[in-house]
Design a protein around this ligand. Structure first.
Ligand code: ATP
Length: 252
């Protein structure tokens, strides 16, 4: 479908189109469309832009990645459809691995997601031959690679489900979650939550990793408070909704 650049929701509609095309190509599961819709709702509420308060979360995520010895970016269908290149760029910048991990597991879809990553510059991709299980997780997302997510000290997840986020945390890992819904179990469970669209958040984290020096990382991590950040995001959304009557559509 041709979307004119002048359309007020151009960017949002382009992302929707990408997800829709990726579902037709067997990269996104049909339920991924619903997950995307939930994300759109929250993106709408934050004004479809990165909130100023999110800077601290991005910076801390970058600091954790710089400090990590074995970082992994977990990839599912929606993430591959929307931000394959951004994932590959971040992986290259911080020396992270990319591991495909699907909720609705299907070997063929894993291969298709891996192909998208390859086309966007990934060198090595994990997840094709999972040989370990994340403890205390009953669904197929428990499958992972011993040299990838299983061994990781820092895992970046997006469009994640809360169960796996908690199970990964229980393994002692630092979890960086990119999730537009500040109320989701993932957002509430992660070590660092970035309430932003994955397409905006990933390049910003990559940029921060280039700006922070290694001797700054510990202080950035120590000073960060994820609960406080999530409260600030909710306060922002509440304020915006309360003032809608006054400011009307200008807010949106
Ligand atoms: P949880 O188990 O964490 O409560 P959930 O069941 O609410 O998760 P899912 O439907 O599994 O959520 O996953 C979708 C999540 O990803 C939602 O929280 C949604 O807001 C978020 N999301 C959807 N699209 C994007 C996007 N493009 N960028 C960032 N987050 C997104």
């Amino acid at each position: 479908m041709m979307i004119p650049k002048t359309h007020p929701r151009y960017t949002s509609l382009m992302l929707r189109e990408k997800i829709s095309q990726a579902m037709k190509r067997g990269i996104v599961h049909e339920t991924g469309l619903i997950a995307h819709g939930r994300g759109e709702t929250f993106d709408y509420l934050i004004g479809e832009r990165t909130l100023p308060v999110t800077k601290g979360a991005e910076k801390t995520a970058a600091a954790c990645l710089i400090d990590s010895t074995h970082p992994v970016i977990s990839i599912n269908g929606n993430v591959a459809a929307l931000a394959a290149k951004e994932c590959c760029d971040l992986a290259k910048t911080v020396g992270a691995q990319l591991e495909v991990n699907l909720f609705h597991y299907d070997k063929e879809r894993v291969l298709r997601v891996a192909k998208v990553l390859k086309e966007n510059g990934a060198d090595a991709i994990r997840g094709l031959h999972p040989d370990k299980k994340i403890p205390d997780l009953d669904h197929s997302r428990a499958n992972c690679c011993s040299q990838g997510i299983y061994k990781a000290d820092v895992v970046v997840v997006a469009l994640e489900d809360g169960d796996r986020c908690q199970a990964l945390k229980n393994m002692g890992k630092t979890i960086i979650a990119i999730d537009l819904n500040p109320l989701s179990r993932t957002a509430q469970t992660a070590t660092i939550t970035i309430v932003d669209n994955v397409v905006r958040a990933l390049p910003r984290i990559t940029e921060w990793t280039k700006q922070i020096s290694p001797d700054e990382t510990q202080k950035i991590i120590q000073d960060y408070d994820n609960e406080k950040y999530l409260r600030e995001v909710l306060d922002y959304i509440t304020h915006r909704l309360r003032n809608f009557e006054k400011a009307g559509m200008e807010l949106f």
